[in-house]
Design a protein around this ligand. Sequence first.
Ligand code: PLP
Length: 620
Amino acid sequence: MKKAAYGAPCAIILAAGEGRSLFPLTKDRPKALLSVGGEPILERLLRQLHQLGVSNFVVVVGYKKDKVMELTSRFQRQSGASVRLVENERYSETNTLYSLALAGADCAHKLVLLVDGDIICEEEILVRFLREEGEAVLAVDTARLMGQEEMKVRFGPNKIVSGIGKNLSKPSAEFLGISKFSGTVATELFRLARKILDQGDATSFYEEAFSILCDRDCGIRALDISGLKWEEIDFLTDYEEALRVFGSPGELRSYRASRRSLPQYLFCPGPVLVSDKVKEALASSEIGHRELEFSELLNRVRMKLAKIFGVQNFHHYTTVVITGSGSAANESVLGSIAAGKRILVVSNGEFGERWTELAEFLDLAPKTIKLRWGQPFPIDQIEQHLKREKTDVVCMVHHETSTGMLNPLSEVAALTKRLRVELFVDAVSSVGAVPIDIEDSGITFCTGSANKAIASVPGLSFVCGKRAAFDALKTTRAHSFYLDLYKHFIFNERKFQTPNTPAVNLFFALEASLDAILEQGIEATFERYRSLAAMLRKGMAELGFRFFIPEEYMSPVLTTVELPAGFEADEFHERLKRLGFVTYPGKGILRHRVFQVANIGEISPHQAQEFLKALKQVIQ
Ligand SMILES: Cc1ncc(COP(=O)(O)O)c(C=O)c1O
């Protein structure tokens, strides 16, 4: 054991938390007991500190406390160190400030080292930290500053901390969750913690008490450990990173394999679960994008996409694929049309409003028939508007994802065809799930993306449109260099390439998902989605859920469901997620009223039934 050259503090380790965001890893253990490098992270911390001369520990336990007790008593036996346990019985409704106040009773007037139990770090950090002198010291990393969940600190050249918090303005560094206080400051800290709790807020973090100390100019110093390795394990991806940095390659491999066999079931409207064939296609061997291999792949993908849009004659209608999400396709369309075109947007939700926002951003001065979210399109009113006001283009969303409403595309298309007005359709969340019949409908441009009903991974979007309309863009000046639709069209069409580096492997994946749809027949895919939606709606109605819009207006892709009484949106989402099911929170004005359940991608009827069981469990 190394000598305690820097005084022997009492180390408080906070290990009461459930680690909800780490579920299912924390199903049977608190996050402090997650294993990295073959050792639970709490044991690693105790061992490291003990080797540096710390032999007095106070560990705050809560969730699955028996497991922590087992570990600490083994550690005590083997090391001879003293470990006192403090129980936070209210661990699920309190936060670190509450745990700190509980531990304080055992540590007043002592030099205190306060360490979050979800930290894993290299020993050098602790060595430097223990060596640092001062009334109060916080370990910080100036090389990291990101994340809304992370505690940040602000300090000047003298390293004196002037602020701490998650939403701190002008932060200088991230706080590691390792701090040290002299007996006097620690005693004041515990007093402040109790005072804040007495005011009734048990959900605060201990940094709130630190913040008061900062305001009083207590001289809290920041010790910058940037360049050294550490991880705070809050989320599954943090754990994976901790395994990568501190674990063995074998551990990382087996964790990744376990994640694949225990996926989160995505019942959100994109990204979606994809098939093994799509995943395998992603790992196709690398090809150069200026080589014939890519041209062949691009041509096949364009043809197959056209079929999904209902193109019968590739000479009349064609497709263009863009590396970028669905918005890239929408922006390429609107940003490439001739200046001065008169635009009418019909909107009844978030994505309809986005057409207006985009057109305004592009200085196209659109007119909008702005309906209530979830209000059905009034075809008569649209017709009257088109007859009254000279219009060149109507923009609409086919499936309005924010409400789950399927807008009457064929009726609007019949109208625009009759009145000789162009029609731009955002079919980002409907293509692949609902017939579009672009050619029969006479739609000018229709956009889509890979990661919704087509069931591939995110990153590619596409525009299907009249060949003549693509050709007509030749004389217009696009608003964007990258999203110049004519340039994409000409490259796709004449060179069988893309203007810039495409996301090559995503094309392999997209082709695999298109093959799956076309092989089973597009009608079969439509039917699969329809029956999944029907199964989910029946099950949810039986559980007493109410839907935001009547079923006759719903798409077969998504159901917008009212939150049950007494449930707060985030909590409801979190509870379902803990059972393995990811839904979508309501958007915009519906944020606290609804949640959304999509049924696209590789969802099986069995998983839909499991989802219903999970819902039942949550509301009971
Ligand atoms: C109808 C619709 N349009 C556009 C978008 C924007 O797509 P992205 O976020 O992929 O850019 C979405 C996304 O959900 C959508 O549902």
